[in-house]
Every structure is written in structure tokens, then in C-alpha cells.
Ligand binder design. Structure first.
Ligand code: FAD
Length: 357
């Protein structure tokens, strides 16, 4: 492994932080440049459910499941990382589809348990509405996204990474190779540049003539004031997804991507919060504290873009939705590919080149 490589990572969200942390662990000299603190418009506004749940093909399930395992590895390496393996109780699909999901994912090795009303009540005794049929996945969890990002950045810094607060205006190219970045505070030279700037990534890539096909759907999450413990884990119900944070806040979105804020985000938030209260025994005592509207960097086919930009040496791109789930695997795999040239087979479908066809 080339330990002397100088790498500039653009972005200090969960993705940039994980890549920086894994690069420094592997001995690279790293500079993180970001125009915000820990996280941009995605990480701080995330529901932050760590999962390999329904709706994805097996190949993507495998990447997600590996990422869940890599979170556990990171938690051993960084004691105090704010994660909770609280499990997820799910019935946000019609019963027949839920059964298909349970059968399929069980056969893939996901730890799904079917539960009836009594089983659901045992897992979440404060639910006012109970499903006749749900599934429970004990191995799902949550991260406190900003605190986890800060912990990764702090560890990278402790291992020698430099964090620079600035805006990247563009990539610097020399003879078909990316050799640095142009920031509001001057040039930063590098052997390798990583674009991990979330929704800001397409604009940066465009300065090297690279098109990143990304959509940025908004998502609204409501936050209660901190409250006594009402939830043990994640609840993924028909009408909303909710969980209780480490601070005791109940947070919810219409799904884990968050509600569409619509024309009047405050009104959408009040409506969602009322639905949340109705779902919980003791929910009357909850007070809406605030809501957030985040934007998730979502490649147009719904899958991550992770890998080298073809035809451009010295440039690596890591832009993805589900970034809270995927961050530790993305960080590990990106560091290996950048420093050793080894591309993990789990990343095979996720090169930018797929959009050229
Ligand atoms: C409402 C909502 C719910 C979600 N729920 C989940 C979930 O339950 N589970 C899950 O796994 N994922 C979820 N996600 C997705 C997940 O949060 C994102 O995939 C992840 O946070 C993306 O992280 P990021 O580091 O790429 O982006 P960001 O956190 O946005 O960070 C981008 C970084 O790039 C920097 N940057 C951007 N442009 C520039 C520039 N020109 N110069 C310098 N710096 C720049 C920013 O300052 C920031 O530091 C959710 C997202 C949202 C919005």
C-alpha cells in the first residue's frame, strides 16, 4: 500500500468522514475540505436507519448487509460511536408483500422474525395501533448521524488528517489527471481527489466535464421535545416511520426518506406530528419541537455511484442515498481502491460508467 499518498476528500458528511477516516487508518495523508461542519444538507437531516430492508435486489442487499457488519467493526474500533442496534418492527407493506419480503430476505440470511399483534405489543408496548402481522429485524439499528460523523472526523484528525473549512470551486487538472482542488481559500494539491460532497457533487464534477446524474428529493422529519422512553426501537408502520433518539426525542417521517414537505412544510410537519401522537400511548404528552427538511443525494437509478471516474486519473467519486447505512463500507472500500487499486466485488454494479450506456 502506498502510505505516502496525498488525498483531498471534498465533503465532511457521513460519506466524506468515513472515507477520510479509513484513508488515514491506512496511512494516507488526508485533507478534508468542506463548506459546512459535520454534514451538509443530508446527514444532519437524516432518519438514520441502518438496514438492508425490502425493495432492493439481492446484489444491493449484499452491499447493505456488509455495511451493517462494517458498522459493528467500526464500533469496536471506536468505542462510544453513537449507534444503537435497537431492531426494527415493520409493517409498511400490504400483508402479502410483507410475507414475500420476509421469505425472500430470510433466504438471503437477513434475521427476520414474523410477529402477530401480541408479538408486536411485546416489542413496542406503547403502540396505540397494533398490526395483525409485522416483521421484526433485531439486527437493524440507528446512528446518531451528526455525532457519528464527528466521531469519524475526530478519529481521522487524530491520525493526522487536516480539516479545511472552505468551498471547492472546481477540480484542478493537469494532463488528463486531477491534481488538486481550487477552493475559495486557494489551491490544494493532491495525488488523488475524492468527491464526497453529497448534493454539491455534480457541480464540482462538472468542472472536469463529468456528469453526475443525481436527483435531490427533499424529506421532512419532525422532532418532539425530549420525552420519557416510549419506543424501544424503530417502528416502520404503514403511515409513518419513527424512532426515539439518544436524547429522548421521538422523530418521524412519512417513511425513512421523510415526508415531502409540500408547499407548506410547517403544516406538513404539524399533520405528521399529530399522526405520530395518535400512534403512541402517552403520545398526547409529546410536543413538536422542530422539523427539518433534508435533501438526499440520489443517483437517478436509485443506486450508489462509487468508484473512479473513467478516463480521469486521480479522481474518485462517492455519492449515495442510504449513506448512513452504507458509510462504513463505502469508506473501507474507497480507501482500498484509492490506495491499493483493489475494487471490492460488492461495488461492481456501482461505477459511474453505467450511465454512459
Ligand atoms: C430526510 C432524510 C432521511 C434519510 N434517511 C436515511 C435512513 O434512514 N438511512 C440511511 O441510510 N440514509 C438515509 N438518508 C440518506 C443519508 O442521510 C445520505 O445518503 C447521507 O447523509 C449522505 O451523506 P453525504 O456525506 O454524501 O452528504 P452531506 O451530509 O450532505 O455532506 C456533504 C458534504 O459536502 C460538503 N460540500 C458540498 N459542496 C461543497 C463544495 N462545493 N465545497 C466544499 N464542500 C462542499 C458539505 O459542506 C458537506 O460537508 C436520509 C436522508 C434524508 C435527507
Amino acid at each position: 500500500m502506498s502510505s505516502a499518498k496525498e488525498v483531498v476528500v471534498i465533503g465532511a458528511g457521513i460519506i466524506g468522514a468515513s472515507i477520510a477516516r479509513h484513508l488515514t487508518t491506512a496511512g494516507a495523508r488526508v485533507t478534508v475540505v468542506s463548506e459546512s461542519g459535520a454534514g451538509g444538507v443530508a446527514t444532519p437531516n437524516s432518519f438514520a436507519w441502518i438496514n438492508a430492508s425490502w425493495g432492493n435486489p439481492e446484489v444491493y442487499f449484499r452491499l447493505r448487509a456488509r455495511a451493517m457488519a462494517e458498522w459493528k467493526r467500526l464500533a469496536n474500533e471506536l468505542p462510544g460511536l453513537p449507534l444503537a442496534w435497537c431492531g426494527g418492527l415493520c409493517w409498511d407493506l400490504p400483508a402479502d408483500k410483507l410475507e414475500t419480503y420476509a421469505a425472500e430476505h430470510s433466504s438471503w440470511g437477513y434475521g427476520i422474525r414474523r410477529v402477530d399483534r401480541a408479538g408486536a405489543a411485546g416489542i413496542e408496548p406503547n403502540l396505540a395501533e397494533l398490526p395483525d402481522f409485522a416483521v421484526h429485524v433485531a439486527e437493524e439499528g440507528v446512528a446518531e448521524p451528526v455525532a457519528a460523523t464527528k466521531a469519524l472526523l475526530a478519529d481521522a484528525e487524530q491520525r493526522g488528517a487536516r480539516i479545511v473549512s472552505s468551498t471547492v470551486m472546481g477540480l484542478v487538472q493537469t494532463g488528463g489527471r486531477t491534481t488538486g482542488v481550487d477552493t475559495a481559500h486557494g489551491l490544494l494539491a493532491a495525488d488523488e481527489v475524492v468527491i464526497a460532497a453529497g448534493v454539491g457533487s455534480p457541480e464540482i464534477a462538472a468542472t472536469a466535464g463529468i456528469r453526475l446524474p443525481i436527483e435531490i428529493p427533499p424529506g421532512l422529519i419532525v422532532y418532539s421535545r425530549p420525552y420519557k422512553k416510549l419506543l424501544n426501537g424503530l417502528v416502520l408502520a404503514e403511515r409513518l416511520h419513527m424512532r426515539q433518539t439518544a436524547q429522548g426525542r421521538i422523530i418521524a417521517g412519512s417513511d425513512f426518506g421523510g415526508a415531502d414537505p409540500g408547499m407548506d412544510a410547517a403544516a406538513t410537519a404539524r399533520e405528521l406530528f399529530a399522526a405520530l401522537q395518535a400512534m403512541l400511548r402517552g403520545g398526547d404528552g409529546l410536543e413538536l419541537d422542530f422539523h427539518t427538511v433534508g435533501y438526499r443525494p440520489t443517483p437517478i437509478d436509485g443506486f450508489p455511484i462509487i468508484g473512479r471516474a473513467e478516463g480521469m486519473d486521480g479522481l474518485y467519486i462517492a455519492v449515495t442515498h442510504s449513506g448512513i447505512t452504507l458509510a462504513p463500507a463505502v469508506g473501507l472500500f474507497a480507501a482500498r481502491e484509492i490506495l491499493d487499486g483493489e475494487r471490492d466485488p460488492l461495488l461492481a454494479p456501482y461505477g459511474l460508467g453505467r450511465f454512459a450506456q
